[in-house]
Design a protein around this ligand. Structure first.
Ligand SMILES: NC(=O)c1ccc[n+]([C@@H]2O[C@H](COP(=O)([O-])OP(=O)(O)OC[C@H]3O[C@@H](n4cnc5c(N)ncnc54)[C@H](OP(=O)(O)O)[C@@H]3O)[C@@H](O)[C@H]2O)c1
Length: 282
């Protein structure tokens, strides 16, 4: 019997996850299908009930459900519960268990594309939303020494710092608004990462000047549509190493796939499918 996987979110037009996972399924020749489930917020509880009833094997969760879906799950992996968000649900013998593969996906991709090792490093992270929780957690887990979190709503950055401080008491964590990015960047920064949706679909840019940054600083953006955001284009022009969001998408997806199927999927095939889908639809 064909096992069903998928992605749950709203809105979900042209999800890149569908071709990405289907490319792995086709290459491996396994009896799975990966579908898109665009679900309105008021229908989420009912949909989860149906997923259990129909024995859906697993699904990814994206905007806006990464946190709100948590109370409906039977179990949550310890790491996901510490991060405070899930992006992967696995149906384990009728029980839905939540995981978070965003943070490890980010780190694997960052290391792969730039060779960056977070141990002992200073990070300037822009944004304090769901993805920021996972990225900051992964960087601290990998030994980052200091993170400044800059966010439009400063209170959200403060809350995230307090939350992370519980699990990483020896790390140095600082919150700020978006207006101090230039001065923050000049304070010995090894990695600048944008985790906000600024730059998505080509809209907008982060108001940060790169001229004050040290030459070794890596500039990273988790937005993958477009692959080269204005933020990354300016960093390249300033002669800095860059890291784009496609690798995070591929590696978080590969880890979800492994959780559901027990098989390590072909990441290069998935990456090609992502790049093709981005060219075709966006
Ligand atoms: N590459 C990947 O695999 C991957 C994985 C996950 C997410 N993402 C991308 O990451 C981005 C954020 O996702 P998320 O789940 O963290 O979303 P989220 O929880 O809604 O958080 C959004 C963040 O962006 C900020 N923001 C939004 N619009 C802004 C604006 N106009 N000006 C300044 N700040 C703004 C928010 O600030 P406030 O707190 O002030 O609202 C918040 O910090 C999305 O573009 C998503 O596609 C990529």
């Amino acid at each position: 019997m064909t096992l069903v996987l998928g992605i749950v979110g709203h809105p979900l037009d042209h999800s890149v996850s569908v071709p990405m996972h289907m490319s792995a399924i086709f290459t491996l020749g396994i009896d799975y299908v990966y579908l898109s489930f665009d679900i309105l917020p008021e229908n989420l509880p009912h949909a989860i009930g149906q997923f259990k009833k129909e024995n859906i094997k697993g699904f990814n969760v994206t905007i806006p459900y990464k946190e709100t879906i948590m109370p409906y799950l039977d179990d949550i992996d310890e790491r996901a519960s510490r991060i405070g968000a899930v992006n992967t649900i696995d149906n384990e013998n009728g029980r839905l268990k939540g995981y978070n593969t965003d943070g490890t996906g980010y780190l694997t991709s960052l290391r792969e594309q730039t060779g960056f090792d977070p141990r002992g490093k200073r990070v300037l992270m822009i944004g304090a939303g769901g993805a920021a929780h996972a990225v900051a957690y992964a960087l601290l887990e990998a030994g980052a020494r200091h993170i400044t979190i800059a966010n439009r709503t400063r209170e959200h950055a403060e809350v995230l710092c307090r939350h992370l401080g519980v699990y990483f008491p020896s790390a140095s964590l600082q919150s700020t608004g978006m207006d101090t990015l230039d001065s923050e960047g000049r304070t010995q920064t090894d990695l600048v990462v944008n985790t906000t949706s600024i730059g998505m679909k080509g809209a907008g840019d982060i108001a940060m000047d790169f001229t004050g940054l040290d030459r070794h600083t890596v500039v990273s953006d988790i937005v993958y549509n477009p692959l080269e955001t204005q933020f990354l284009k300016r960093a390249l022009r300033a002669g800095l190493a860059i890291h784009d969001g496609a690798g995070m998408l591929v590696h978080q997806g590969a880890e979800s796939f492994r959780l559901w199927t027990g098989i390590r999927p072909p990441v290069d095939v998935m990456r090609q499918a992502v790049l093709r889908a981005l060219q075709e639809h966006h």
